[in-house]
Ligand binder design. Structure first.
Ligand SMILES: Cc1cc2nc3c(=O)[nH]c(=O)nc-3n(C[C@H](O)[C@H](O)[C@H](O)COP(=O)(O)O)c2cc1C
Length: 249
């Protein structure tokens, strides 16, 4: 299996870096090939903007989607984006490793989505969701949080984790990826706020590493989260009124 790990953390000795190291080592040990997109180490530029596009379709107005498509069609996307797309096309499994920052992905990773998931290349109007170009590949988010697990349940103060993950999962599915259930490591508060005694905290982190290692070693057996697709939606893009999932409506 070819595995791409998109690692997003500014500190090479962080807990997130530890999880990425575990994934890489465990997967390689089992004969898989692993490639890293280490966004901070590679100084990925996460800001979408005019300066990335040299063969402009329009000089008078910057329309990001049009320029993405125009440059993709002409093989003129910036080298860092061409590299990231090639890595995605090469991979059977994509692991996104990141800490939850302000209830979502860190800006660096958000910018990776903005710039790499190019219109015309990784999706078009007719090639999206279960017709997306990356169909057949799987993706998983491995996310660490500072706050403890209970606060991410329904009515929890951190917000329901299912809702927080939705924009990320939807973006992955949008380009055709099958999404595995996220790997959530709660309560990794390295500084500032603390929720546990030091010894208990260390124990929690060690268990979490082991749990990730165990999951990674059998990840090829996992079934993706079921998603609705084109056959389930009406002309407005809404789940058909006779769809079995609308049993409550
Ligand atoms: C800018 C920033 C925003 C954060 N926002 C959240 C948040 O919304 N929810 C949360 O539980 N933790 C939040 N945290 C805490 C991080 O998720 C936590 O420190 C990280 O998951 C720990 O992993 P690390 O030691 O590898 O950095 C935030 C941390 C930073 C630096």
């Amino acid at each position: 299996m070819n595995v791409l790990i998109v690692h997003c953390h500014p500190e090479p000795h962080s807990f997130n870096a530890g999880l990425t190291g575990i994934a890489k080592e465990s997967l390689e040990c089992e004969g898989n090939e692993v490639v890293m997109s280490d966004l901070y180490a590679e100084e990925f530029d996460p800001v979408e903007g005019q300066y990335h596009y040299r063969a402009r379709l329009r000089q008078d107005y910057f329309q990001a989607l049009d320029e993405q498509r125009h440059h993709f069609d002409r093989n003129a996307l910036p080298p860092d984006i061409q590299r990231e797309i090639a890595r995605l096309e090469w991979a059977d499994l994509i692991i996104l490793q990141f800490p939850l920052w302000w209830h979502g992905v860190p800006a660096m990773l958000k910018g990776w989505f903005d710039r790499v998931f190019v219109y015309g290349g990784l999706y078009t109007g007719s090639r999206r969701f279960d017709r997306g170009p990356l169909l057949g590949r799987r993706a998983i988010c491995s996310v660490t949080t500072g706050a403890p697990e209970a606060t991410f349940g329904p009515f929890g103060r951190s917000g329901d984790i299912a809702n927080l993950m939705w924009p990320i999962h939807c973006s992955l599915y949008y380009v055709g990826l099958s999404v595995l259930s996220p790997h959530l490591t709660f309560g990794v508060q390295g500084g500032g706020l603390s929720y546990q005694q030091e010894a208990e905290f260390r124990h929690h982190l060690e268990n979490a590493k082991q749990y990730w290692h165990d999951r990674i070693t059998s990840i090829d057996q996992e079934t993706p989260i079921p998603m609705s697709g084109w056959a389930d939606w009406d002309a407005q893009g809404v789940l058909r009124s006779d769809h079995p999932l609308r049993w409550r409506a």
